[in-house]
Design a protein around this ligand. Structure first.
Ligand code: SER
Length: 320
């Protein structure tokens, strides 16, 4: 069995990807790593291999990859879009210098890499609706600039050094285990917490801001499916558009209201995040992912909402 390393393992995606991979590959074959330990993540840190790993420290990346004879890396350590606008230099340091550190170590140790990109690679000049796989990008947020640069860098390492690097462009990710931190699409997670706890939510995006979303079970399955796909069938390999749910805050709140009739939503717009959302697509065309490696998300708006309210509701009740 080949060992797998997950960076950013205590974040929104990592905290669910690690248990998913451990179930598949065996606990000791999946190494979780994060810049610092986090309260509430003992189930990841104490139940299998865990390393403190700052992605800006190339020597430490090399030491961890060597120690565990890592053969593939799910590289989830990243700052998100809103945090990036607060500190663009810090974002560059983590997202770009961190990525090149990992690519260099991976080159030496011949590791394959999963690189999550984002809808943020698109900008105001991209087609807004059903944004195609291959089209004009020119993002305006520092996060988007780091992600499009990351995609190109990954292509470069594949073409130049033959590294097997694959990746997806994630839209907003909705999940119940760990909160996202500092993204523009975070409203679609926060709304569930506030609906369950307070019966109301104040949204920082306008009611008609359409952004695509996907639910965590599809995120996990998609990442692993892509990494296991037959390389012969991959025309793109890296940076696949993926989507499952196209939704606005108004539509999401209407869906929640079907389960919590007294739920109400108010709006207090954050101009920074609204500007980012406005520069992103309303919806994505993910037909390349469907055709080349069988992307087939299971959760639509209705199923996701039902499941989120059930799972998160039970978790929050237990925590009380
Ligand atoms: N969820 C991310 C963000 O909002 C987009 O990839 O920053």
């Amino acid at each position: 069995m080949e060992n797998v390393l997950v960076t950013g393992a205590l974040g929104q995606i990592g905290s669910e990807l690690v248990p998913y991979l451990r179930k598949k590959h065996g606990i000791n074959n999946v190494i979780a790593s994060a810049r610092r330990a986090k309260e509430g993540c003992e189930y990841l840190i104490e139940t299998g291999p865990f390393e403190l790993l700052d992605i800006t420290n190339r020597e430490k990346i090399a030491a961890v990859i060597k120690k565990y004879r890592v053969k593939s890396v799910y590289h989830l350590a990243s700052l998100l879009s809103a945090t990036g606008e607060e500190n663009p230099q810090a974002l560059w340091e983590v997202n770009m210098n961190g990525l090149i550190n990992l690519l260099e170590v991976a080159r030496e140790h011949k590791c394959s890499i999963f690189f999550p990109s984002s809808i943020a690679v698109f900008g105001p000049d991209s087609p807004k609706d059903k944004t195609p796989q291959d089209t004009i990008t020119r993002p305006t947020s520092i996060y988007g600039i780091s992600k499009i640069s990351g995609e190109l860098l990954c292509d470069y390492y594949h073409n130049r050094y033959g590294l097997d690097i694959r990746g997806l462009r994630y839209p907003g990710v909705i999940s119940s285990a760990a909160l996202p931190g500092g993204g523009t699409t975070d409203y679609a997670v926060h709304i569930f917490y506030d609906a369950i706890k307070h019966g109301k939510y104040t949204c920082f995006l306008e009611e008609n801001s359409s952004i695509d979303m996907i639910y965590m079970p599809d995120v996990l399955e998609g990442a692993v499916k892509l990494m296991e796909a037959d390389p012969e069938k991959l025309k793109h390999r890296n940076a696949f558009n993926v989507s499952a749910i196209t939704v606005t805050p108004r539509e999401l709140s209407a869906e929640i209201k079907k389960h919590i009739p007294d739920f109400s939503i108010a709006y207090d717009i954050d101009p920074v995040r609204q500007a980012i959302a406005d520069s992103w697509p309303n919806s994505l065309d993910d037909s390349a992912a469907r055709a080349e490696w069988g992307w087939d998300p299971q959760y639509n708006l209705k199923m996701m909402t039902e499941d989120m309210l059930k799972v998160l509701g039970a978790r929050l009740k237990k925590a009380d």
